[in-house]
Design a protein around this ligand. Structure first.
Ligand SMILES: Cc1cc2nc3c(=O)[nH]c(=O)nc-3n(C[C@H](O)[C@H](O)[C@H](O)COP(=O)(O)OP(=O)(O)OC[C@H]3O[C@@H](n4cnc5c(N)ncnc54)[C@H](O)[C@@H]3O)c2cc1C
Length: 302
């Protein structure tokens, strides 16, 4: 099925790649086909080759908002690891989508650019965070994005402005349209490095204090619904679901909106616990919780 795609110029191809280090739930899974494009042109050729053959694929950044269900992931994985350049542009920085949030915020700090400190401690890549419109400490990443370089559905690379990204709470155009994020330009303000460092430390230490790094997870599983003031974690906690487990998957005792892998959880364990929480919450309160975590794989019976 992937003949002539596994040998494209500028694309590293590997078979049967262990995905454990590529997902923050640390579930055991293998990618049958794993592609790493090295530049924008080869990324575009790869996407077009899949489209021509009508083959679905998954783009993988830091794997901190992804749940692999199957032991063997049949959907080809395109990993953005080679897209890690970063540089200063007028009034900000330009970052390629595969660079980690951590390195991005550190680079901004080194160049005395403030604004992104609230993200320090957020796992994952800039591409994944821009796709998810990651939010924490009262800000969304989109508040600081000025432009995004994409490969569109025709394979063309072009720039779109923030107002074309349809950003709202944890939503973006990328979740609905066939756009692949290549680079991101952040509009930032120059500030005091001392102050920037202080804010970075505050964000990181707060996450540490809340035990966010103690067990493997993908952060919050469910979206809040601000139109009805529904905070998913509070609803789940009010039903006494903290500590509820299926296999190695457990509703965190520190934060009810986190499901953690306390050891040996499979993708199915985590998925079944997500379903259990959704059902319990619906039965008891009538609230339909939507998960923000992206599920990759075949869901049996659905
Ligand atoms: C401990 C912990 C705490 C967290 N706290 C928060 C938090 O406070 N707020 C928050 O919003 N999230 C939080 N998260 C979730 C996660 O870190 C963010 O959503 C992160 O931005 C995802 O980035 P990623 O690179 O890991 O994306 P991935 O998990 O790799 O991918 C997520 C989605 O983005 C798509 N994608 C990735 N890269 C691209 C690209 N270049 N082009 C197109 N699509 C792409 C993928 O296909 C997938 O659908 C937390 C996770 C953990 C583990």
């Amino acid at each position: 099925m992937i003949e002539n795609i596994d040998n494209l110029d500028g694309v590293l191809y590997k078979k049967n790649v262990n995905l454990k280090k590529y997902n923050t739930y640390k579930v055991k899974a293998k990618a049958r086909h794993f592609f790493m494009p090295k530049d924008t042109d080869s990324f575009s050729s790869l996407l077009m080759a899949f489209k021509e053959k009508n083959i679905k694929y998954t783009i993988l950044g830091g794997g901190s908002n992804i749940l692999f269900l199957d032991d063997v992931v049949k959907t080809p994985i395109i990993y953005t690891g080679f897209f890690s350049r970063i540089g200063v542009v007028p009034n900000g920085i330009k970052v390629y989508s595969g660079l980690s949030i951590k390195e991005t915020v550190k680079y901004a700090y080194k160049n005395s650019f403030g604004g992104l400190e609230f993200l320090y401690g957020l796992p994952g890549t800039v591409g994944g965070a821009s796709y998810m419109n990651a939010k924490c400490y009262g800000h969304s990443i989109s508040d600081f994005i000025s432009k995004i370089g994409i490969i569109d559905e025709t394979g063309e690379y072009r720039r779109i402005n923030n107002d074309e990204c349809e950003y709202s709470y944890k939503k973006s155009i990328f979740q609905n349209k066939d756009y692949t994020i290549i680079d991101i330009v952040f509009a930032l303000k120059e500030g005091s490095r001392k102050e920037i460092k202080k804010l970075m430390k505050e964000s990181f230490n707060d996450r540490k204090k809340k035990h966010q790094y103690k067990y493997p997870s993908a952060g919050c599983v469910f979206l809040n619904d601000y139109s009805t003031n529904t905070v998913a974690g509070s609803v789940i906690e009010s039903l006494g679901l903290k500590g509820h487990s299926i296999g190695g998957a457990v509703v965190s005792s520190h934060h009810a909106n986190f499901i953690v892998n306390k050891g040996g959880a499979s993708g199915d364990d985590i998925y079944n616990l997500i379903k259990y929480v959704q059902t319990k919450v619906y039965e008891e309160t009538g609230i339909k919780l939507l998960h923000e975590v992206r599920i990759i794989g075949e869901i049996s019976g659905e």
